[in-house]
Ligand binder design. Structure first.
Ligand code: CP3
Length: 354
C-alpha cells in the first residue's frame, strides 16, 4: 500500500489525514535535548549523520507520525556557500553578512556546496534504511527569499528590514544573491532526493513580508522555477511549498508554481483554506502551535475543526508553524489521538462517519 502522505500528495482524500509536525524533532522532547547535549551543539548535531538520523527518528518512535523530516537547517546552505554561521544560545542564528558585490564575489557555487553538505546526504541515506516502511521521508530547504533575509541581515529580524533595504537600494545585487540561492537550492534538494528523500518542502517563512509585486517575483516565480527544475530532474517528485503568511497570496499558488501541496499557517482559518486553497490541490496545516503549549479542550476542539474543515479535499494535518520548546509532549499525543479519532465523511462509504 502506498504511504499515506504520498497518497494525499497525489490528491487522494483519506478518511484520516496523514500527520506530521514542523519541528517535530526539537527541544520540547527530552530525548532530543539529550542527543543534542551528546553532539555538543546544534550545528554539530546537524552535521553528525548518526545523531541527526537519531533525532529525526525520535518523534517517529514516540508518536508514529506519518512523515519524518530530515533533521538539518535552512541556514546550512549559506554556510556551504561560504558564509560563517553560528548559533547564539537563547538568541538564534548569526551569519557573516552579504551586502556588497565583494561579499557576493566570495560566495561559492555549483558542486562545491556538496563538500559541506555531504553529511546531510548521509543522514538521508541512513534514514531511508531505518524508517518504518509506512513513513515518508521529507527533505527540505529554505526558499531563496527567506534564506536571503538571514544572509543579508546576518541574523533573524522581525521585519526583514535589511533585506528589504538592499532590494530597494541595489536590486541588481539583491537579484544576484537570489539567483545564486535558487541555483544552489535546486542542487541541494536534488542531492537529497538522490540520497532518498521522497518529498521535498520549500520553507519560505518570511514570504508574508513581501508586497504583491515582490511576492510574485521572489516567492511565487522563484518557487515555480525551483519546482519545475526539480520535477524535470526527478519526474514525479512531490513538492510542498510553504509561503508562510502569504494570505491572499496562497490563492492560486499550486497552479502558479506546480507545487503538489501548499502548506498554510494559522493566520488563515481552515475553512478559508478549504474554500480558497484546497480547491486547487493538497493543503497541509494548520493548527496553531500554541495549542501544543496550552492543551485541553481547546486543543481537541480546534484539532477537530481543522480535520473537519479540510476533510473534503486532500489534506496533510500539521501545525501552522513549528512546535515551540515550551510545548508539552503529552499535548502532541492528544492532538494525534484526536486527529485519528475524528474520522471524516469523505463520501467513500464504510470508512466515513464520525
Ligand atoms: O522540522 C524539523 O524537525 C526539521 C528540522 C528543521 C530545523 N529548522 C531544526 C532546528 C527545519 C525544517 C528547520 C527550518 C528552519 N530553520 C526555518 C524555516 C521554518 C520556520 O521555522 O520558519 C528557519 C527560519 C530556520 C532558521 C533557524 N534555525 C532559526 C531562526 C533558529 C533559531 C530559532 C529557534 O527556534 O531556536 C534555528 C534553530 C533550529 N533549527 C532548532 C531546530 C531544532 C533549535 C536549535 C536548538 O536545538 O537549539
Amino acid at each position: 500500500m502506498t504511504k499515506t502522505i504520498l497518497r494525499a500528495l497525489a490528491g487522494e482524500v483519506l478518511p484520516v489525514p496523514p500527520i506530521w509536525m514542523m519541528r517535530q524533532a526539537g527541544r520540547y522532547l527530552p530525548e532530543y535535548r539529550a542527543t543534542r547535549a551528546e553532539a555538543g551543539d546544534f550545528l554539530s548535531l546537524c552535521y553528525n549523520p548518526e545523531l541527526a538520523a537519531e533525532v529525526t527518528l525520535q518523534p517517529i518512535r514516540r508518536y508514529g507520525f506519518d512523515a519524518a523530516i530530515l533533521f538539518a537547517d535552512i541556514l546550512l546552505l549559506p554556510q556551504a556557500l561560504g558564509c560563517d554561521l553560528w548559533f547564539v544560545t537563547g538568541e538564534g542564528p548569526r551569519l557573516s553578512t552579504v551586502t556588497t558585490e565583494a561579499d557576493f564575489d566570495k560566495l561559492g557555487r555549483g558542486e562545491m556546496i556538496h563538500d559541506t553538505l555531504s553529511p546531510i546526504y548521509e543522514t538521508v541515506r541512513r534514514l531511508r534504511r531505518s524508517l518504518p516502511e509506512e513513513t515518508t521521508l521529507i527533505g527540505f530547504a529554505g526558499a531563496p527569499w527567506t534564506v536571503a533575509t538571514y544572509m543579508i541581515a546576518g541574523r533573524g529580524t522581525k521585519d526583514q528590514g535589511p533585506a528589504h533595504a538592499l532590494k530597494a537600494e541595489n536590486r541588481p545585487l539583491f537579484e544576484k544573491i537570489m539567483a545564486r540561492l535558487e541555483e544552489s537550492t535546486v542542487d541541494y534538494l536534488s542531492e537529497q532526493v538522490k540520497a532518498g528523500a521522497e518529498v521535498v518542502k520549500l520553507f519560505d517563512s518570511w514570504a508574508g513580508s513581501l508586497d504583491d509585486a515582490d511576492f510574485a517575483l521572489y516567492a511565487r516565480e522563484s518557487a515555480r522555477r525551483i519546482t519545475q527544475e526539480l520535477k524535470s530532474r526527478h519526474p514525479g517528485l512531490p513538492v510542498i511549498a510553504f509561503p508562510r503568511q502569504a494570505g491572499a497570496g496562497y490563492v492560486g499558488f499550486h497552479a502558479a508554481t506546480g507545487a503538489d501541496c501548499v502548506a498554510v499557517d494559522d493566520s488563515v482559518t481552515p475553512e478559508w483554506a478549504a474554500e480558497h486553497v484546497q480547491v486547487s490541490g493538497c493543503v497541509q496545516g494548520n493548527l496553531a502551535s500554541s495549542h501544543m503549549v496550552t492543551g485541553g479542550d481547546a486543543l481537541v476542539a480546534e484539532t477537530r475543526r481543522v480535520v473537519e474543515a479540510l476533510g473534503k479535499g486532500p489534506h496533510i494535518f500539521n501545525l501552522g508553524h513549528g512546535i515551540t520548546p515550551d510545548a508539552d509532549p503529552e499535548n502532541v499525543k492528544l492532538m494525534i489521538d484526536t486527529v485519528r479519532e475524528t474520522r471524516r465523511d469523505t463520501g467513500g462509504g464504510a470508512d466515513g462517519g464520525a
